[in-house]
Ligand binder design. Structure first.
Ligand code: SAM
Ligand code: SF4
Length: 332
């Protein structure tokens, strides 16, 4: 950030060629992961490149904030594998212009981190949980994945008072498609939104469409009604009613129709990979490397590179027609 410069966001806002205002940065903190989810990192073995260091992250986010970014989601890989994760959240919290800090995690380290992260300023937490069956989870996500540990992490997050807590599930036919009702009731018990994501073609598994997910939910004891809630992202919501422990329970469900509902129309986001490359769209290979500029460029040059990357943002992804690198490499 430039000392004495304009107030954050007072410059020309970040806008893509379609006129969409870009206010949301998804920042990958590492390519590394202790899980090996089949749909995310098939065959992936090692870290890719050097991740940005904390001072670079602080500076990069400040430049984004000056250009109008208001929300940052930390992702990866598994962002909580970074030893400095709490400090990174504190840095972002202290960055003028940044209003919301969110994090997506596999939950492995959440039991110990839920409170420190909340105290550091994290407000929104998404925890991935695909199944309650320990063996199934191991087959899906590798030996590092432990259901009980993730459940304890979600319970810790529920007690830590996050304004927004979500349980994310990628729905795979004949793997976890029979657990959608249980996953919803579990999420609601923890004050969380249950979110169901259509499989994107990064790895193995057979997708289930949002329409079919909703039918399965009804079959699994969750009555659905429309709900107008909108967050920062592409999820569409429904209000659910079910019976849990003999009591009627209610909660929100989010659906991300990544493929069948092409969610790009109101895209407001930009991504930066762990190695510091800007990617205007999840479904595209165009990258603008920012790391060299962070080493030797000015803030103005970094901002110019960000704008140049966004000037190539396409109207929508074409994932259904193309093959892709792993999600773990792009940053989920
Ligand atoms: N490691 C963290 C986690 O698993 O939550 C953060 C990174 S992960 C790439 C972010 C999100 O992307 C997770 O909710 C994960 O389930 C989702 N994801 C990964 N591969 C996907 C795919 N092929 N289709 C849909 N969602 C996917
Ligand atoms: Fe790791 Fe998350 Fe990808 Fe699973 S989805 S391999 S936990 S980065």
């Amino acid at each position: 950030m430039t000392d004495g410069g304009p107030t954050p966001g007072s410059r020309t806002p970040l806008v893509d060629p379609q006129g969409r205002r870009i206010v949301y940065l998804r920042l990958s903190l590492t390519d590394r992961c202790n899980f090996r989810c089949s749909y995310c990192s098939p065959g992936l073995e090692t870290a890719h490149g050097d991740a940005l260091q904390r001072p670079d992250i602080r500076r990069l986010v400040a430049v984004f904030a000056e250009a109008g970014i208001r929300r940052v989601r930390l992702t990866g890989g598994e962002p909580t594998l970074r030893r400095d994760i709490v400090e990174i959240v504190s840095d972002l919290h202290a960055t003028p212009g940044i209003e919301e800090i969110a994090l997506t995690t596999n939950g492995h380290r959440l039991e110990e981190l839920a409170v420190p992260l909340r105290r550091a300023g994290l407000r929104q937490l998404n925890v991935s949980l695909d199944t309650f069956d320990g063996e199934r989870l191991e087959r899906l996500s590798g030996r590092g994945a432990d259901v009980e540990r993730i459940r304890r992490g979600i319970a810790a997050a529920a007690s830590a008072g996050y304004p927004s807590l979500k349980v994310n599930t990628v729905v795979l036919r004949d793997v976890n498609s029979g657990e959608l009702g249980d996953l919803s009731r579990f999420a609601w018990r923890h004050g969380a939104i249950a979110r169901f994501i259509e499989l994107m073609p990064f790895g193995g598994g057979e997708p289930v469409s949002v329409v079919e997910m909703q039918r399965l939910l009804e079959e699994q004891g969750v009555r659905l009604e429309p709900d107008a809630t909108r967050g920062w992202g592409p999820a569409r919501h429904m209000r659910g009613t079910s019976v849990d422990g003999g009591r009627e329970v209610h909660g929100l469900l989010g659906f991300i129709g990544a493929i069948t509902e092409n969610f790009c129309g109101d895209c407001n986001r930009v991504r930066v990979s762990a190695a510091g490359a800007l990617r205007a769209c999840l479904g595209g290979r165009d990258e603008v490397p920012l790391a060299p500029l962070l080493r030797s460029g000015t803030d103005e040059e970094i901002e110019a590179a960000i704008r140049e990357g966004l000037s190539r943002k396409r109207d929508r992804h074409h994932m259904e027609e193309e093959s892709f690198e792993t999600m773990v490499r792009i940053g989920g």
